[in-house]
Design a protein around this ligand. Structure first.
Ligand code: ZN
Length: 157
C-alpha cells in the first residue's frame, strides 16, 4: 500500500546536516515506525514520503521552516542560578529534558553561565538547520484503532 494519512510507516533513515555529519538515524535492521499524518515526524519529511510504498527509497532535504523551525531569539532566556541549585555542576552545552506547554518533551540547552544567572536556550537543537534525510521505506500498514486514538504506533507483537 502507498503511504497516506493513518498508515503506520516503518523506515530506515539517516539524518545528516549540511556538512554531511550524521546527526541521527535508525539502527541497522531496526526500522523506525511512525503514524503518517499526525505530526510524528517533521512536516517536510512527512510530505515527501506521501505516496511511497515499501521498498522505495528517497532523499529529502528539509528546510528549517518545515523541519524543527527557525531559531527563536525569545526562546533564549536568563534564569536565576537558584533554579539550578539541585544540579551538581552546570556547564555550557549541557542539555535537559523539560515538559513543554502542551506536555511535549523539550530539550533545553545551557548556553552560558554568568554572574547574573544561567542562559538557557529552549530552541530545538536542530532549529534553524537544513536537514538531509536518506530514507528507505520497509513496511506500510494500516494503523489500528488504538494507534489512531493515541496518535502514535504501538508494537506489533
Ligand atoms: Zn499509545
Amino acid at each position: 500500500m502507498k503511504i497516506a494519512e493513518n498508515c503506520i510507516v516503518f523506515m530506515q533513515y539517516t539524518l545528516t546536516d549540511e556538512q554531511g555529519q550524521i546527526i541521527d538515524g535508525s539502527k541497522e535492521g531496526q526500522a523506525m515506525p511512525y503514524l503518517h499524518g499526525h505530526g510524528n515526524i517533521v512536516p517536510g519529511l512527512e510530505k515527501a514520503l506521501e505516496g511511497l510504498s515499501a521498498g522505495e527509497s528517497t532523499k529529502v532535504t528539509v528546510n528549517p521552516e518545515e523541519g524543527y523551525g527557525l531559531v527563536d531569539p525569545q526562546a533564549v532566556q536568563l534564569f536565576a542560578l537558584e533554579a539550578f541549585e539541585n544540579i551538581d555542576e552546570i556547564k555550557p552545552g549541557m542539555q535537559f529534558h523539560a515538559e513543554g506547554p502542551e506536555g511535549q518533551v523539550q530539550v533545553i540547552t545551557v548556553r552560558d553561565i554568568r554572574e547574573d544567572g544561567v542562559l538557557i536556550d529552549r530552541n530545538h537543537p536542530l532549529a534553524g538547520k537544513k536537514l538531509n534525510f536518506e530514507v528507505e521505506i520497509t513496511e506500510v500498514r494500516e494503523a489500528t484503532e488504538g494507534e489512531l486514538e493515541h496518535g502514535h504506533p504501538h508494537n506489533s507483537e
